[in-house]
Design a protein around this ligand. Structure first.
Ligand code: PH4
Ligand code: ZN
Length: 309
């Protein structure tokens, strides 16, 4: 099966009341861990590459690795550009063979966001590539700009119909209180489900995307802490909130930090327990397995997309 775009998988997720996992990838072991989990769980999959990942690994290598995964798995897999911040970057990803792109022009004015997003859609759709856009800004650091945790960062539901209609976009990322990284909440975790509900009411049958959706699981925090790391104060989105969102209009859930923690926890533990080992295969194999187990857990218990092929 060739790479697919996200149109059909997200519409099926909407109808089925579950979400597809969009996992960020940067290297071979991560891709292998994620894909082997999806094979075992018979789950649709989005592998996404940020601009940072493109710079780190070179998109040619990542694309070849993802294509190998597609061949091996026979699963519907989409290769998605995460947080494309310019029209040119989206065009370059599409020309490189990505089947889905995010144009993140949310830091511009509403009108400029519409103009840039519309331009990307006009390039993408004739090439069978789906487009995700963003309205509102996640709290925390995004594109190097600090966005405070006040209402102005949340998506304004009164803008969504006009935005979707004028851009022709296929899915929309909204800001309801999640943020990137492992320090998401200072106090109790809180998401604005009222905004999600109102957006869903205004956009029937339209897939919504949740960024910054890692849960920062305590088992990985503890392993990292107990093996020389420091993640004091790390806090993520509780998994029951993500399950609730997945049953609503949220059809794509982005997970990156949890993968990084699963990978790093396994490496830290292995190296602490085996100080004389230095063959990367020895510590990367458990790291890959740790990612696999995490993704199996997410697919089954959080996203609900197991057995959806
Ligand atoms: N993302 C991941 C962004 C990763 O530049 P970079 O490679 O560090 O960018 O889009 C998410 O929404 C991940 O959210 P999470 O941190 O809660 O996993
Ligand atoms: Zn994101």
């Amino acid at each position: 099966m060739p790479l697919v775009n996200t149109k059909e998988m997200l519409m099926k997720a909407y109808a089925g009341g579950y979400a597809v996992g969009a996992f960020n990838v940067n290297n071979m072991e991560m891709i292998q861990g994620i894909v082997s989990a999806a094979i075992e769980e018979r789950a649709p999959l989005i592998l996404q590459v940020s601009n940072g990942a493109r710079k780190y690994a070179n998109p040619i290598y990542l694309k070849a690795l993802v294509e190998s995964a597609v061949k091996e798995s026979n699963l519907p897999i989409a290769l998605h550009l995460d947080h494309g911040d310019t029209y040119e970057l989206c065009v370059s990803a599409i020309d490189d063979g990505f089947t889905s792109v995010m144009i993140d022009a949310s830091h511009h004015s509403f009108e400029e966001n519409i103009r840039i997003t519309r331009k990307v859609v006009e390039y993408a759709h004739p090439r069978n590539v789906t487009v995700e856009a963003e309205l509102g800004r996640l709290a925390g650091i995004e594109d190097g700009i600090y966005v405070s945790e006040n209402d102005s960062a949340f998506t304004d539901p009164s803008q969504v119909e006009e935005f979707v209609e004028r851009t022709g976009v296929d899915s929309l990322a909204i800001a309801i209180g999640t943020s990137h990284g492992v320090y998401k909440f200072k106090g109790e975790p809180k998401l604005r489900f009222d905004i999600l509900e109102e957006v869903a009411r205004r956009l029937p049958n339209f897939p919504i995307v949740l960024h910054g959706a890692s849960s920062v699981l305590s088992e990985y925090v503890d392993i990292i802490q107990n093996n020389g790391g420091d993640l004091v104060g790390a806090k993520g989105v509780p998994e029951e909130m993500l399950r609730k969102a997945a049953k609503m209009a949220v059809c794509k859930i982005n997970i990156d930090s949890d993968l990084r923690m699963a990978f790093t926890a396994a490496i830290r533990k292995y190296l602490m327990e085996n100080p004389s080992h230095f063959d990367p295969r020895q510590y990367l194999a458990p790291a890959r397995e740790s990612v696999k187990q995490l993704v199996k857990h997410k697919i089954r218990n959080v996203l609900g997309c197991n057995n959806k092929i």
